[in-house]
Design a protein around this ligand. Structure first.
Ligand SMILES: [Mg+2]
Length: 258
């Protein structure tokens, strides 16, 4: 993996047309916030995304683990394609997609959310985010003393669902996610968006977390640029690295001025 000098980004993409630019939200377009509802676009990103969306040679979108409604409201830039719940729901630029198995998962997720809320009621800083088709248990603000308690509560509630094959668990930054066992992820979502909106496009994807790895793989298979956002030494299949969301913003500036 190579550190991406934002000046070099132009060399990688110059002459490519159209460009499909898809970005994760938390830790990529936004700094990681103590609580998910506090996350906002980094300064300048709203204008940059508007400018990119207005360029004829760009198709721009955001792929997030948040619910579709949440990520749409939080970015609030018209003319983008938005994917929520790791791509189980996608909307924008004429695309309106929900994975056919998503609705049947919502009852399971709802029950697990309820059970987890009861188990975590006495744990400081821990809370459950029910995103209808997936759920996230957050413990960024939980003192380390309680971390084992969060993990064992999560394991107890989710173990039967994982054993039965109906759900699987993914780990994110100070968060545990329960997702239905649907053969779907950010990479599959990226491939669907590309095939429906701009099949011949040159794809770029930037993301900061383990759930972004599928999208890195999909971008690389399509010959595009996969950019991991974060510190060195973290295993990733991305070929390029930017150290933080601030450098993502700098990269967007480079792309706007292509
Ligand atoms: Mg992220």
């Amino acid at each position: 993996m190579f550190d991406l000098n934002v000046d070099e980004l132009k060399d990688l993409v110059v002459g490519r047309n159209p460009i499909l630019l898809l970005l994760d939200f938390d830790g990529t377009l936004s700094d990681i916030a103590p609580r998910p509802e506090q996350a906002t676009l980094c300064p300048g990103n709203h204008l940059l995304l508007c400018q990119l969306a207005n360029r004829a040679e760009f198709v721009v979108g955001v792929i997030s683990g948040r619910s579709l409604h949440d990520v749409e409201a939080r970015v609030n830039v018209p003319g983008l394609v938005y994917a929520g719940n790791h791509g189980l729901e996608i909307r924008g630029l004429g695309l309106d997609y929900r994975h056919p198995d998503a609705d049947s998962a919502s009852q399971t997720i709802s029950q697990a959310s309820h059970d987890l809320e009861i188990r975590l009621a006495g744990v400081p800083g821990a809370f459950v985010e029910n995103k209808t088709y997936t759920l996230t248990t957050h413990f960024r603000q939980t003192p380390p003393y309680y971390h084992d308690q969060v993990v064992s509560a999560f394991d107890d509630i989710t173990h039967p669902l994982v054993q039965s094959g109906s759900c699987h668990v993914t780990e994110a930054k100070m968060a545990l996610e329960l997702r239905p066992s649907i053969d779907w992820n950010k990479g599959r979502a990226l491939t669907l968006i590309r095939s429906r909106l701009s099949p011949d496009s040159f794809p770029i994807y930037m993301g900061d977390d383990a759930t972004d790895e599928d999208a890195f793989g999909a971008v690389r298979s399509a010959g595009g640029v996969a950019v991991f956002v974060g510190a060195t030494g973290i295993p990733t299949c991305a070929s390029w690295r930017l150290p933080s969301p601030a450098e993502v913003s700098a990269a967007l500036v480079e792309l706007v001025t292509l």
